[in-house]
Design a protein around this ligand. Structure first.
Ligand code: THU
Length: 138
């Protein structure tokens, strides 16, 4: 097993741990995410729903908020794991949130066979609206 495969499997396991903490009483759809920083730290997140549905937060954005709150802004990869279904990819809102901090991020999702698939955020969100558009660095 390559070192990268080991890291991705560890991320998936961390995301699996996170979905156990999901607060999703309305959808009962438990999702966990684990975000790997450039300096090797891992931040987990789970989806959190509230009774006013549109206020809910996805696991990916929860993980991102944890990392940003701890001062990390450079990321290598994120794993996303759902209890019910293998292979769920981040929703559109989460893709744009993650893209804020780098379009080269690798997204890792487990497959039904126990392996995993990866795609870059660039592949998942082509022609995205980039931060430089408003920051002036074109
Ligand atoms: N959800 C995530 O946490 N991540 C995704 O990428 C897709 C959807 C959550 C939001 C909501 O709590 C539940 O799954 C059903 O949409």
């Amino acid at each position: 097993m390559t070192q990268q495969t080991q890291i991705y499997k560890r991320l998936i396991e961390t995301a699996r741990g996170a979905f156990q903490r999901s607060y999703s009483p309305y959808s009962k759809y438990r999702v966990g995410a684990a975000l790997l920083t450039a300096d090797g730290r891992i931040f987990a997140g789970c989806n959190i729903e509230i009774v006013s549905y549109e206020g809910s937060i996805c696991a990916e954005r929860a993980a991102l908020a944890n990392a940003i709150s701890e001062g990390c802004r450079q990321f290598e990869a994120i794993a996303v794991v759902c209890e019910q279904t293998p292979e769920i990819w981040p929703c559109g809102v989460c893709r744009q949130h993650l893209a804020e901090f780098g379009i080269d991020l690798t997204v890792v999702v487990p497959t039904a066979s126990g392996e995993f698939k990866t795609l870059t955020l660039q592949e998942l969100l082509p022609h995205f609206f980039p931060p430089k558009e408003l920051l002036g660095a074109k």
